[in-house]
Design a protein around this ligand. Structure first.
Ligand code: ZN
Length: 285
């Protein structure tokens, strides 16, 4: 891995507004088929924004198998535009609440669907809601992935999982978990002993950009790389609203959706001198 250069890893979890964990209580799986699919248009917004820069930044898209089956041409387009397609599982299960057999099935199905569509090997996996643990990490490796990108060290969020990274070899933001298997952790800011959420998602929408940028620079100084995450629905202020959800969930999901596009554009502009690369290219660099 080249540590003389600095890298930005942009990652997107390609799922739709009705599949998020915050709304699971109110939107049954049986109703997914009747919901308005907005992910195609929103993913195009992201692809077009990336392509609007002359240096054509490359990103990684963790696509949900269920979405890929509805929209195989979208998966092909992400791949054709030079980005990495990776696995977000098939049905957006919260893995920490699933039996082992279901986890294996979901990971394999997601990977197989994507590989069939683009005719290429899929290397990476990201768990819904970053819910992983050491056992799930083993399954991710055993189902043929080369890396996982599900570890978010911010522990105040109830759903995020945790894994043991102590005594492992870390280069930049990649930790070698076992032979030829890596963890690419979500970037957060550590100030003394405290971990502040900075990787993206709702935190990117909430934190004013000048502060977010300062935090990114701190992380880049320490790790020489920054791993950012977002979702196509975060670029869609006009999505249908799930009014029956709790105030807290609605706040997390809907705050500042109308600002994501501009803020994200600013992020790329601000860091345009760094290397925007895919997860697998980062590992192979
Ligand atoms: Zn997800």
């Amino acid at each position: 891995m080249n540590l003389t250069k600095k890298f930005i890893l942009l990652t997107f979890d390609v799922e739709d507004w009705f599949q998020v964990e915050n709304f699971k209580e109110y939107i049954s799986f049986d109703s997914w088929n009747s919901r308005e699919l907005r992910v195609e248009k929103n993913t195009h917004t992201i692809l077009n924004l990336l392509d609007s820069f002359t240096f054509k930044p490359k990103a990684t898209f963790f696509v949900l198998g269920w979405i890929a089956q509805q929209l195989p041409h979208l998966v092909k387009e992400i791949n054709n535009r030079g980005h990495e397609v990776a696995n977000h599982g098939n049905l957006h299960h919260l893995l920490t609440k699933q039996p082992v057999t279901e986890i294996i099935k979901d990971l394999k199905q997601g990977k197989d669907i994507l590989e069939d569509i683009i005719g290429k090997k899929i290397y990476g996996y990201r768990a819904p809601s970053f819910a992983i643990n050491n056992e799930i990490l083993k399954i991710i490796k055993e189902t043929g992935h080369v890396y996982d990108s599900s570890f978010n060290s911010f522990s105040m969020h109830g759903r995020y999982g945790t894994i043991d990274l102590a005594n492992k070899d870390k280069k930049g933001i990649a930790t070698e978990i076992s032979d030829n298997f890596y963890e690419l952790s979500i970037s957060n800011l550590t100030i003394r002993q405290n971990i502040l959420p900075l990787g993206g998602g709702g935190y990117f929408r909430l934190i004013p950009f000048p502060m977010f940028k300062l935090g990114m620079n701190q992380v880049l100084k320490k790790d020489q790389a920054f791993l950012f995450y977002s979702h196509p629905w975060e670029f869609d202020p006009d999505q249908p609203r799930v009014e029956q959800a709790s105030k807290g969930f609605k706040f997390r999901h809907y705050t500042n959706l109308d600002k994501t596009h501009k803020k994200f554009e600013s992020l790329i502009k601000k860091f345009k001198n760094l290397n925007f690369t895919t997860c697998i290219n980062y590992l192979e660099n």
